[in-house]
Design a protein around this ligand. Structure first.
Ligand SMILES: Cc1cc2nc3c(=O)[nH]c(=O)nc-3n(C[C@H](O)[C@H](O)[C@H](O)COP(=O)(O)OP(=O)(O)OC[C@H]3O[C@@H](n4cnc5c(N)ncnc54)[C@H](O)[C@@H]3O)c2cc1C
Length: 560
């Protein structure tokens, strides 16, 4: 298999040579290093590589070049290789160009020249970027393959589970011909594989492993075990059990484990939580060119593992309190015990309550599925419902693949509900259309979504539609918790000062002290992130609360 390519671009021969040498020295064994002496030459090279289907992992380009500048070149390179990591080389005085590059060319990093010593100033940055690229790169190997049907909820769930756990797979969609009207690959391969291996095409998805074994329509737990995720706790007792591995739970795991607490994290999906479905978080401190939620989740997961935290691929279904011990019950019928429990279960997407929505979920209607489904919507028309940041990010992400993205918004516009930087970018994106003051009345279709009945400013209309992505807010899923954990009318959990009603602590509170800031109505059970009543629904605040909760856990444990 051809090694992925690193492309260096600079009109100054000496600088170009220096970049190439530095790249070769560190990455020559794994990557092929190529060079181009101008933006135009680099674009020609990329076009040629594309026709040969060669993978390009990284482009490092100088900014000041005659003809096409580095920013313009990098922007145009996105059309050819959208997933390639883009780095701009600038002089110190070029900060403005660098900021423009982040906004328009969506570069992943800018480096000031000179970068000596490269071990300190160049390689750590490039290692990080190449690791990100590798995480999303699916080399043409015969590894794990999923044969499924695009309009099946189970197929969608399985692909989502694999992607978010960073398990590379090749998807063979047996419905590919039906939607595009022509052969876009996959279909014939899929049917042949099913026939060769005598699998029933009515029992999908089928997961084929590299060693020839297969799982037919497996439950997540069976799949988790097969791809090497842990489904059983290594110990019976932990200092702290964290329920949920979104930003709040991951932060608690990193701080808890790094400070010596035996920490277990329970998460049935993949580390990253809601943020994991975000195509680009732009307002999280320290990532000037944004970071995908999946990358953030992956990095935090590795960080927590490094400090010794344990992760369990399970859902918590109950919480039992017995004296100083807290028992978290799991979906497989087992339980794990600890002194401290941190509930960081976040929120889940609010469902569309219109006729047809339930029947067609996973068959054209998706919740928060921007990353998994985007490629399947190539050259199609896509609809996004919702006017908040999550809907805006999804629309921008789809716009890279779809022919047109239509945003359906109930309000008069986006300004009251969406951040300005996203609104500006949506306005700059020519294939996004905004349908304001529009309400969805019905989803039409039997086997899959075929159309929608809308109520807009011109009255009712029916429009054809095959993909509808829903981002209309979220609700906490806290029904599984005992009633002793107090909550508000919407189910968000009360903690710290919010536990006082009319100035009084809850009747069940027996401690001679006030509840700690993030402590629930049950001592030793803490709350962090979006699931907490009154929380700010942001990655940074969830991370902050997760880490602060660990400090209170220490104080609580000190009382034993
Ligand atoms: C599409 C999208 C884009 C966003 N963009 C941004 C942005 O740009 N900037 C920003 O600051 N914020 C953004 N947000 C908001 C941000 O993602 C959330 O505020 C943040 O993820 C909250 O973190 P959390 O850990 O509290 O909960 P979550 O991220 O919701 O994580 C909770 C985790 O708990 C798990 N869980 C739930 N129930 C159980 C159970 N019973 N047992 C075990 N595990 C369970 C879930 O599977 C989930 O992984 C975005 C949100 C979405 C949906």
């Amino acid at each position: 298999m051809a090694r992925p390519i690193l492309l260096a671009v600079d009109d100054d021969v000496n600088v170009l040579e220096a970049v190439v040498q530095d790249l070769r020295r560190e990455y020559g064994a794994t990557y092929r290093v190529m060079r181009a002496a101008s933006g135009q030459a680099a674009l020609d090279t990329l076009a040629l590589l594309k026709t040969r289907q060669e993978p390009v992992a990284l482009i490092v380009s100088d900014q000041r070049m005659p003809g096409i500048t580095g920013v313009d070149f990098l922007e145009r390179s996105r059309d050819i290789y959208p997933e390639t990591r883009r780095v701009l080389l600038t002089a110190y005085a070029d900060t403005e160009a660098a900021i423009r590059a982040i906004n328009s060319a969506r570069i992943h990093y800018y480096l000031n020249k000179p970068w000596d010593p490269p071990e300190e100033k160049l390689y750590p940055v490039l290692n990080d970027l190449l690791e990100d690229w590798q995480a999303g790169y699916q080399p043409p190997f015969e590894g794990l393959r999923v044969i499924g049907h695009r309009w099946s909820l189970r197929d969608h769930r399985m692909r989502s589970f694999l992607s978010r756990n960073h398990v590379p797979y090749r998807w063979l969609d047996i419905a590919a011909n039906d939607i595009a009207g022509n052969d876009i690959g996959g279909n014939k391969d899929a049917l042949k594989l099913l026939a060769d291996r005598q699998f029933d095409p009515d029992r999908l998805p089928v997961v084929l492993f590299g060693d020839g074994s297969a799982l037919v329509d497996p439950e997540p737990e069976a799949l988790a075990a097969r791809v090497g995720l842990s489904i059983q706790a290594a110990q019976d007792f932990y200092d702290m059990v964290v329920v949920g591995a979104g930003p709040a739970g991951l932060a608690a795991a990193v701080y808890g484990a790094s400070e010596g607490l035996r920490t277990l994290v329970i998460e049935p999906e993949a580390p990253g939580g809601q943020a994991g479905s975000s195509s680009r978080i732009e307002n999280y401190l320290g990532f000037p060119s944004g970071v995908t939620g999946a990358d953030l989740g992956r990095r935090a997961n590795i960080q927590a593992l490094r400090f010794g935290a344990e992760f369990l691929s399970q859902r918590a279904t109950g919480l039992r309190i017995d004296g100083q011990y807290r028992f978290v019950q799991l979906a497989n019928g087992r339980e794990v015990s600890s002194h401290v429990v941190l509930l960081a279960t976040g929120v889940h997407y609010r469902k569309l309550e219109i006729p047809g929505a339930e029947r067609l979920t996973g068959r054209g209607i998706y919740y928060g599925a921007a990353l998994v489904e985007a490629v399947a919507c190539k050259n199609e028309d896509v609809f996004v419902v919702g006017g908040a940041n999550s809907a805006g990010q999804a629309a921008l992400h789809f716009a890279r693949f779809a022919r047109q993205v239509t945003m359906l918004v109930r309000g008069k516009g986006l300004s009251a509900t969406m951040s300005k930087y996203l609104i500006d970018e949506i306005e700059r994106t020519s294939n996004i259309v905004l349908e304001a003051q529009t309400q969805l009345l019905e989803a039409i279709g039997e086997e899959r979504l075929e159309g929608m009945r809308l109520l807009g400013t011109q009255g009712e209309s029916v429009v054809p539609a095959s993909s509808l992505f829903v981002f209309i807010g979220a609700a906490p899923g806290t029904e599984w918790l005992p009633s002793t954990i107090l909550r508000d009318e919407q189910g968000f959990l009360l903690a710290g000062p919010d536990l006082r009603a009319d100035g009084k602590l809850p009747e069940g509170w027996r401690e001679p002290r006030e509840p700690f800031l993030l402590e629930s109505s049950v001592p030793g059970v803490f709350i962090a992130g979006d699931v907490r009543h009154g929380s700010v629904k942001r990655v940074a605040s969830a991370v902050g609360e997760g880490s602060i909760a660990v400090q209170f856990a220490h104080q609580y444990l000190a009382g034993f």
